[in-house]
Design a protein around this ligand. Sequence first.
Ligand code: CP3
Length: 352
Amino acid sequence: MTQGPSLAPAYSFLRACRNEPIVETPIWIMRQAGRYLPEYRALREKHDFLEVCRTPELCAEVTAQPIDRFGFDAAILFSDILIPLIAMGIPIDFDPGPKLGRAIASRKDIASLEWNGAASLPHVKPVIRAARERLAGRVPLIGFAGAPFTLASYLVDAGASKDLIRTRSFLARDEEGFSELLDLLATATIDYVKEQIAGGVDAVMLFDTQAGCLPPAEFSRAAIAFADRVLRSIPKSTPTIYFALASSNGQLDAMRAIHADVIGLDYRVSLSQARAILGSGRSVQGNLDPAALLLPPEQLVARAEAVLRENGGRPGFIFNLGHGIYPETPVENVALLVETVRRHRNAARRIA
Ligand code: CP3
C-alpha cells in the first residue's frame, strides 16, 4: 500500500482534532474546492463533475487548488457525499444541485438498492493516492462521507429538499422500514470510509447536513445513532469530525453522545455556548457565517476576529465556516480570512 510522504506529528490540524495543546489555530473551509475559484471553473469547463471526482489527476488537481492558492492547513478530498448512492443503483445528475433518477418511497424500493462493498467504488483508492502525491505532505488530507440519515433524506426526497417532507413522513409512518434503509446506508458508509482510510486519508468527516430538520427524539434515534455506528467503526488512529446543520442547544446536547473527536458547528450556534454544552474534552470546528465572506474587508476581519475571540485561545479549535462557502465569494476575501487567522496565530506564538 503506497501511503505517500509520511505526516509529521506537528500538523496543527491533526493536533487540534486530538485536542492537544497548540497555540496556532488551523484553518480550512468547507467546499474550499469549488465554484468560487476561477481555476476550478476553468477546469470544469472541460470536464464534468463526476469525471473530476473519479479521475485521479483531475481529482488531485482540484483537491490541491485551494492549498496552492491560500495555504490552508488541511485539504479535503474532492468528491461528493452522494457518490456511493450511484453505486447502489441510483442515477444522479449534478446540475449543479443533485437530482436523483428515482425516489425511495417504500420497503420494496429499499430492497431494490444494491450494495456490493467497496469493490463497487474502484476509483476511491486511486484518487486518494493521486491527491496525496499532489499534496506532497504539505497538509493532511480529509476524507468524508454523508451520514446515513442525510443520505436517506436525499434518496427519499430524490434530491435536495428544504423541509424533507417525504423523509419525515416516511419516518413517522414506518420507522422500522426507515431503519432498514439507515442500516443499509450505515453498512455502505462504513465500507466507504474504510476504503478511504486504506487509500491514505488522514482524517474522516461525516456530513449530516439534513439532520437538523428532525424533531428531538428522531434526531437522536435516526441521525445520531446511525452516524455514531459509522464513527465507532473508524480506528482510533484516524481523527473524526461530525458535522450537522443543527442549531438548537437540545441538538448540541444530543451530539455529546457521539463518538467523534471534533464537532463541526453550524454558523447559527454560539461557539461559546456550544463549547459549554459539549465540554472541554471535545474539539470543535467552525463557525463563521459564510455570508461574512461577502462583506467589505474591515467587516469581514472584525467578524473573523470575533470568532477567534469567542474561542478565547482554548485548544481543540479548528477555524472553519459554519457551512460551505458560497460560489459568489470573492477570492480576495478568502485570502484575507486566512491572513487574519494567521496574524492571530503569530501573535499567539509570540505570547506562548
Ligand atoms: O469541501 C470540499 O471542497 C470538497 C468537496 C465537496 C463537494 N460536496 C463538492 C461539490 C463536499 C465536502 C461536498 C459535500 C456535500 N455534497 C454535502 C454536505 C455538505 C453541505 O454542503 O451541506 C451535500 C449536502 C452535498 C450534496 C450536493 N452536491 C449539493 C447540495 C450540491 C450542489 C451544491 C452547489 O454548490 O450548488 C452538490 C454538487 C457539488 N458538490 C458541487 C461541488 C463543488 C457543485 C458541482 C459543480 O461544480 O457544478
